[in-house]
Design a protein around this ligand. Structure first.
Ligand code: FES
Length: 114
């Protein structure tokens, strides 16, 4: 049985072959993760936070070095982390999308006051 990975906050889940990178799994799920280096650990733009206990390959020394202290907080490079079991990760929201969401939430809150 193929492992499944869930991408939050969208909550999209996709089943992938074991050993698929989180970046490739995200593409299959239609979750945009920006990159510039094409998965060569050069841009550090593909950071995700592992939410599940297990389910992803252990981070290598080079990945941990690139992430510095972030690795201890569960941050992984999507291009390096491989899906080895059921897993879930948090993908940072696009800043513009995040601003719009906050604005809509504030508007809804104000509407409730009336
Ligand atoms: S895609 Fe550039 S570091 Fe992961």
């Amino acid at each position: 049985m193929k492992p499944a990975i869930t991408f939050m906050p969208e909550g999209k889940t996709v089943s992938v072959r074991q050993g698929t990178s989180v970046l490739d799994a995200a593409r299959r799920a239609g979750i945009p993760i920006k990159t510039r280096c094409g998965g060569k650990m050069g841009c550090l733009m593909c950071k995700v936070t592992q939410l599940s206990v297990g389910g992803l390959s252990e981070s290598g020394e080079q990945e941990r070095r690139k992430l510095a202290g972030l690795a201890e907080q569960g941050v992984r490079l999507a291009c390096q982390a491989k899906v080895i079991g059921d897993a879930s990760v948090e993908v940072p929201e696009d800043p513009l999308k995040s601003a719009v969401r906050r604005l809509l939430a504030k508007q809804a809150e104000e509407d409730d006051l009336w």
